[in-house]
Design a protein around this ligand. Structure first.
Ligand SMILES: Cc1cc2nc3c(=O)[nH]c(=O)nc-3n(C[C@H](O)[C@H](O)[C@H](O)COP(=O)(O)OP(=O)(O)OC[C@H]3O[C@@H](n4cnc5c(N)ncnc54)[C@H](O)[C@@H]3O)c2cc1C
Length: 431
């Protein structure tokens, strides 16, 4: 049996960043337990790959993530340069497809600077200016943001994990944590196919399975996890240059935690459209529904908790049907993009991209949790609902979490500037 001060469950981008700070800025031995055979095989590789700017986040409710994104951007850029991960300054247009959406753009133009972006980073354009910039994009108006970049978060995650290992962390792949029990003053973790591990503090960064792990830790009673698959279609080479920047439309369902499908310019220059948000039954249902048993089990889970409300909400059911339509029919998916790229045709998108799963958490009151949730108890901390733009904000968001755990006496800070490429001061905006 091995013994560590801290066991981090999950080697996605969040677990890797938490491991970095625990091993470089705390007096603690750390171990990362990852179920898969490699790090970042789920949301941290299966995403849009955009280093987002926080103009579209309401500073009143999402200020912590917004500040984390602003602080993390230069940290990611340096890490990309150091590790050879791609980094491409793509920029983005957020487009109003009808006049009624102009108000949202004006709001976002105010939120950018309120969230710490420089004044000149966002700019409002009228329809004519949009057409001059991107002749194949049609919009009533747009918000242009130059600071969005495209990268490969899986490569960045592996680079951060290597830094954590260099600072002393142990990474244990193939360790699927199935149970956690009390063992004296510590927690004992049982991982499928591995020896028991004891830790003084367990930090749950298990992504789409974080609610399962939270239940092992006695956290998140009464909550439900939903899973939405985001699918992409890749533009054939000759059509990739049709639009040179990434383009999002103003979200039609701001109450749900995802944007409508975008035109995406990837870090390697390929163009894709997506993601949609197709409800599925299991956290790794990258095609199909997740299987009949998973569907039955998820329906029971939903019907018995606060999320049951959603099944009676006509707006949610309409959205779910529309998303499934865009999963089954390439034309239906492309028609959503044609709202702002009218020349897009289904035949231009010849190959599916790599789908990913987002897992919003529904509270016992039946509401989608608007922000990331953190629950801390003696010897255990769970992070739930860590969704987009989570990869962008991970370095600084993880630093804030580790600081909070130090302030609560769950971890001991190392003192001094810390080791490693990133410093706590810059992550916390004090550098
Ligand atoms: C379709 C899509 C598009 C997105 N686009 C963007 C974007 O453009 N920009 C952006 O900033 N964010 C984006 N996001 C969000 C971002 O990808 C996530 O917020 C982020 O990757 C979450 O990281 P994580 O470490 O919490 O989860 P994950 O990457 O899922 O990692 C969790 C890890 O925990 C492991 N695990 C689970 N259970 C156990 C267990 N019991 N024992 C051991 N290990 C376990 C899993 O195997 C996994 O490796 C997107 C997400 C999706 C799905």
């Amino acid at each position: 049996m091995a013994r560590f001060d801290v066991a981090i469950v999950g080697a996605g981008v969040l677990g890797a960043c938490v491991a970095y700070w625990v091993s470089s800025a705390c007096r603690a031995s750390a171990c990362v337990l990852e179920a898969g055979g490699a790090p970042a095989m789920h949301a941290s590789s299966r995403n849009t790959g955009v280093v987002h700017s926080p103009f579209y986040l309401d500073p009143a409710s999402r200020g912590e993530m917004a500040a984390s994104m602003v602080a993390s951007r230069p940290m990611w850029e340096r890490m990309a340069r150091r590790s050879g991960a791609p980094w491409r300054e793509v920029g983005v247009l957020e487009v109003a497809v009808e006049d009624a959406q102009r108000g949202a753009l004006e709001r976002h133009a105010r939120w950018g600077p309120q969230n710490g972006m420089a004044e000149g980073d966002v700019e409002l354009l009228d329809g004519r200016a949009v057409a001059a910039l991107e002749p194949n994009v049609r919009a009533a108006a747009a918000l242009r943001c130059r600071t969005e970049a495209a990268t490969d978060f899986a490569r960045l995650t592996r680079a951060v994990l290597a830094e954590a290992e260099a600072a002393g962390a142990t990474v244990a792949l193939g360790h699927d944590v199935t149970a956690v029990s009390h063992a004296g003053g510590a927690r004992a973790l049982t991982a499928r196919g591995a020896a028991r591990i004891e830790a003084g503090l367990v930090i749950n960064c298990a992504g789409a399975r974080s609610l399962q792990v939270a239940r092992m830790l006695g956290h998140a009673a009464g909550h439900t996890a939903l899973h939405f698959r985001g699918e992409y279609w890749r533009a054939a080479g000759e059509h990739a240059g049709m639009v040179g920047t990434s383009v999002y439309s103003v979200p039609r369902y701001p109450e749900y935690p995802f944007l409508d499908p975008h035109w995406i310019v990837r870090a390697d220059g390929r163009a894709e459209i997506g993601p949609n948000a197709v409800p599925v039954a299991a956290p790794e249902a990258y095609s199909g529904t997740g299987g009949a048993r998973a569907v039955a089990s998820k329906l029971r889970d939903v019907a018995s908790g606060g999320a049951a409300r959603l099944l009676r909400d006509p707006a949610f059911l309409r959205m779910a049907v529309g998303e499934w339509r865009s999963s089954l029919s390439r034309s239906a998916m492309v028609s959503r993009i044609r709202a702002f790229v009218p020349g897009a045709r289904a035949r231009m998108f010849t190959q599916r991209g790599m789908a990913g799963i987002r897992t919003p958490i529904v509270t016992p009151a039946g509401k989608m949790a608007p922000e990331t949730m953190v629950e801390v108890s003696e010897g255990a901390c769970s992070v739930l609902n860590y969704n987009s733009p989570g990869a962008t904000g991970a370095p600084a968001w993880a630093a804030r979490l580790v600081r909070r755990l130090c302030e609560g006496g769950h971890l001991a800070p190392a003192g001094g500037a810390g080791r490693g490429e990133w410093s706590m001061a810059e992550a916390l905006g004090q550098g």
